[in-house]
Design a protein around this ligand. Structure first.
Ligand code: UDX
Length: 448
C-alpha cells in the first residue's frame, strides 16, 4: 500500500513540501496550528507568494475540479497520528528575541503534540533547521511520549529550498540528506524520494549531528561567499576598482564559481542571517566557538552594507546630516525577488533607516507591499515604480526584480526631480541608465 504522509507546519517549507509530496503521488495530510492557514490552503491558496505553488495546490487539494484529491489539511493532531506512516516536521525555528540562539519552541511543541498520537509504527522526519544535537534529544523524547514507543523512529532530513524556487527545489532537489540510525527509516525515505532519486539526485546517508550540520554549514558557506564579495566591494570602492568585473573574473575559476558573488546591500531573509547566528551560539555551547568567529565578521560585513547604502543615499541627496525634506524612492521591499518575504530584508531596513532620519520615503515592490506595510506602516507606499519615483531626489534600487530591470529610464526620468539612481544590487545596466541621462551609481563600482 502507498505510504501516507503528513506535513506539520505549513509555512514556506511545509506548504511546498506537502504539495510536492502529493505531486509525487502520495496521500498527504497537512497540519498547522494557525487556523487561517488551514482555511487558505484548503481553498487552494498559498499563505505566501511562491511561484508555481498555488497551481500545485489546486492540482492536488481535495475539492477542486479535476484535482487528484490527494492533499488535505487539518488542525487535528489525532487525525494526523491516525493517518500518517511518515510525518514530516516543517515548523520554523526563528531567532530568539534578544539572543543569537534559535527558538526551538515550535519544534518542541510539534513533537510534544504529535508523539502522544503515535499508536503504531511510524517514521517522524525532522526538516526544520535546528541546532546540532537536537535530533538525538528529540528521538529520545519521541520514544518516551509515543504509545508505540520504540516502533516510532526519527530521521533528520534538512531542506535546502530557496524562496522563489521552492517548488522546483523540492521536486528536483540537488541532493537529499538523511540522518538516521536505522536501515528501516533509510528504506522508507528512499521510497518517499524514489522519483528524485530516479532522476539522479544524490542520496546522502549520515548520522544525526552531520545531517543537522550540513544545513547550517551550507548556509554559512553561502553567507560567507556573499560577504566575501561585499568585502571586495568595499576594497574596490577604496581603490577605484570594479567589483562586478572582479566577480566575473574570479568566477571563471571553477573552484570559485560565478554564483553568489553579486555584491550589493547583502543578504537577508528568514534563513541566512538567523542560521549563522544560531550556528555561532550553538558552537559556543559546544566549546567550539573559536571555529566560527569568522561568521561574526561575515555578519558584520553584511550589516555594514545597509548602513553604507544609507550613506551613499545621503551623499547623493547632497546632505551631510539628515534627509530632512528629501524625497527618496525605494524600488524593492522583499529580501529577494520572486518572494513576498520581508523578514530581515536589507531593502526595507535601508528604507526604514532613511525614513527615521527624516527622509520622505516611498516604497514600491511587486509582491511585498502588504508584508512591508505590516512591518513598516509609517513608510510611504506607491502602487507602481513610476508612482514611487514621482518627485524623487534619488531612486534606490534595492531588490532585483525583473520588473525593475525592464523599467524605461527615459519614462522614469520624466517623473523624478533628479535623475539619480543608486543600484544596491548591481543588477541594472549602467549604460542604459546613463544613456537616458541618469547619474548611475552602484556599490563597489567606479563612478562614471
Ligand atoms: C537560503 C539558501 O539559499 C537555501 O538553500 C536555504 O534552504 C534557505 O536559505 P533563501 O533564504 O531563499 O535561501 O535566499 P538566498 O537565495 O540564499 O538569498 C539570500 C540573500 O542573499 C538574499 O537577500 C539575496 O538577495 C542575497 N544575495 C544572494 C546576495 O546579496 N548576493 C548573491 O550573490 C546572492
Amino acid at each position: 500500500m502507498a505510504l501516507k504522509i503528513t506535513v506539520i507546519g505549513t509555512g514556506y517549507l511545509g506548504a511546498t513540501h506537502a504539495a510536492a509530496m502529493a505531486e509525487l503521488g502520495f496521500e498527504v495530510l497537512g497540519l498547522d496550528v494557525v487556523p487561517e492557514k488551514i482555511e487558505m490552503l484548503t481553498a487552494g491558496r498559498a499563505p505566501m507568494y511562491e511561484p508555481g505553488l498555488e497551481d500545485l495546490l489546486r492540482k492536488h487539494v481535495a475539492g477542486f475540479e479535476g484535482s487528484t484529491g490527494r492533499l488535505r489539511f487539518t488542525s487535528s493532531w489525532e487525525e494526523i497520528g491516525a493517518f500518517g506512516d511518515v510525518h514530516f516536521v516543517c515548523v520554523n525555528t526563528p531567532q530568539k528575541h534578544g539572543e543569537y540562539a534559535c527558538d526551538m519552541s515550535y519544534v518542541e511543541s510539534a513533537f510534544d503534540s504529535l508523539a502522544p498520537q503515535l499508536g503504531r509504527a511510524a517514521l517522524v522526519v525532522g526538516k526544520s533547521t535546528v541546532p546540532v544535537g537536537s535530533a538525538e534529544r528529540l528521538a529520545r523524547r519521541l520514544t518516551e511520549l509515543a504509545p508505540a514507543g520504540g516502533e516510532v523512529e526519527l530521521a533528520w532530513n534538512p531542506e535546502f529550498l530557496r524562496e522563489g524556487f521552492a517548488v522546483q527545489d523540492t521536486l528536483h532537489p540537488d541532493r537529499i540528506v538523511v540522518g538516521t540510525h536505522s536501515e528501516r527509516s533509510e528504506k522508507l525515505l528512499r521510497e518517499v524520494y524514489a522519483t528524485p532519486i530516479g532522476e539522479g539526485a544524490p542520496f546522502v546517508v549520515t548520522d544525526f549531528p552531520t545531517a543537522e550540520l550540513v544545513k547550517t554549514a551550507a548556509n554559512s558557506f553561502l553567507a560567507t561567499k556573499i560577504s566575501f564579495i561585499n568585502a571586495m566591494a568595499e576594497v574596490c570602492e577604496a581603490a577605484g576598482g570594479d567589483v562586478v568585473k572582479l566577480a566575473e573574473a574570479i568566477g571563471y575559476d571553477e573552484r570559485i564559481g560565478k554564483k553568489f558573488l553579486r555584491a550589493g546591500i547583502g543578504f537577508g531573509g528568514g534563513c541566512l542571517p538567523k542560521d549563522i547566528r544560531a550556528f555561532m551560539a550553538r558552537a559556543g555551547e559546544l566549546g567550539a566557538d573559536q571555529a566560527l568567529t569568522f561568521l561574526r565578521e561575515v555578519d558584520s560585513i553584511n550589516m555594514r552594507r545597509r548602513g553604507h547604502m544609507v550613506e551613499l543615499a545621503r551623499e547623493a541627496v547632497g546632505s551631510d546630516s539628515s534627509f530632512l525634506g528629501k524625497r527618496v524612492a525605494v524600488l524593492g521591499a522583499t529580501f529577494k525577488p520572486d518572494s513576498d518575504d520581508v523578514r530581515d530584508s536589507p531593502a526595507l531596513n535601508v528604507a526604514g533607516q532613511i525614513h527615521l532620519q527624516g527622509g520622505q520615503v516611498t516604497v514600491y515592490d511587486p509582491k511585498g507591499m502588504d508584508n512591508a506595510r505590516g512591518l513598516f506602516p509609517t513608510l510611504g507606499y506607491a502602487e507602481s515604480a513610476l508612482e514611487a519615483v514621482r518627485g524623487a531626489d534619488v531612486v534606490l534600487h534595492l531588490t532585483e526584480w525583473r520588473e525593475f530591470r525592464e523599467l524605461d529610464p527615459a519614462e522614469l526620468g520624466e517623473a523624478v526631480t533628479r535623475r539619480l539612481i543608486l543600484d544596491g544590487r548591481n543588477a541594472l545596466d549602467p549604460a542604459v541608465w546613463r544613456g537616458a541621462g541618469w547619474t548611475y551609481r552602484a556599490m563597489g563600482r567606479p563612478r562614471a
